[in-house]
Design a protein around this ligand. Sequence first.
Ligand code: AMP
Length: 397
Amino acid sequence: MNILVLNSGSSSLKYQLFDMQGETVMAKGLVEKIGLEGSELTHSPAGKDKVNIVTDIPNHSVAIELVISELLDPVHGVIRDMKEINAVGHRVVHGGQTFCKSCLIDTNVLAEIERLVELAPLHNPPTILAIRACEEKMHGVPMVAVFDTAFHQTMPAYTYLYGLPYHYYEKYQVRRYGFHGTSHRFVSARCSELLGKKDAKIITCHLGNGSSIAAINNGKVLDTSMCFTPLQGILMGTRCGDIDPAIVTFLMAKEGLDPKAMDDVMNKESGLLGISGVSPDMRYIEEAAAKGNERAAVALKVFEKTVVHYIGAYAAELNGVDAIVFTAGIGENAINARANICANLDYLGVDFDAEANNCRGQEVEITRPGSKTRIFAIPTNEELMIARDAQALVQGK
Ligand code: AMP
């Protein structure tokens, strides 16, 4: 069975075609600047040369058409007939309170994803465009929605409710949802396998451009650091993470900012970029800090402190922890950040292995045998998780 996985952004579309027999990637690629000047597609078929096509791509429908034509292309393609695509798995950012697991997309499901645009005005609309484009271009191919929020739906009311008047929860569903759920699910399942323990207490740290941490007990999320939107929690590339909510009204009044402008400050101008003034990218911050840039150095420290903070909070909430997992761009690759974070975990009985930690992008245990709490770096694979869910649903499992 071949599954096409699509991850749609407002002006981008990432795709991977999986052969599920060996869970191998037949081709992957990225469409960029959809609807903008200079739009292009980069297509990487397995075992063949990469192709770059610069052409006018005005919308998601044209983008999907182009992806299909590259997958079928006699030279760059990897399939001969569209019938060889047995299902499409769509990443959907927000499933609200409705979706606690992945599901086949029908008219009702699509209508509900549209209703949830209210909660994810930036994230759900491009996915809806991609779903409609696939309906149009790939008649009858089953489609599956895999939600970033779904894995976190096991959170009890006492972790998802805010200390706001209850009627705002009833009226607008203002509550904690959590994001990166597909990644937290993938790495926590793998960690359970490595531990040989199904009912493990695990803290998963998805540290990338966007970052979130989750506390997982027996395969269920107890708490997570991203909340109503992907803004709260860890300091991120350009997002502020936790701040005193009173700062919002203070700055709006002082600077004469409207809600949209304030939203931009917190989502696009803050985080590692905001503090360092250098870049949202961890690699550049590390480089600048090593050259003596003090703001870059303090940005790194703030980042590491927020991770240490959440690990401590979640170890307490879980009342103990068997393992901690680092994943995503920073979690898988930033050797120094991992070492600095682990240096604060003696109280959990962590016996850190600096030599094992000295690697990037690999599955590795970075604690020594006998460490009371074990720590792993596990590369995440959200696309594979989406493909697995799509396969299971299409096969009626
Ligand atoms: P992601 O959003 O998962 O793609 O992660 C992007 C983040 O990972 C960026 O901040 C990158 O700087 C960071 N990253 C990627 N490779 C490295 C590396 N070798 N060392 C440090 N940070 C890295």
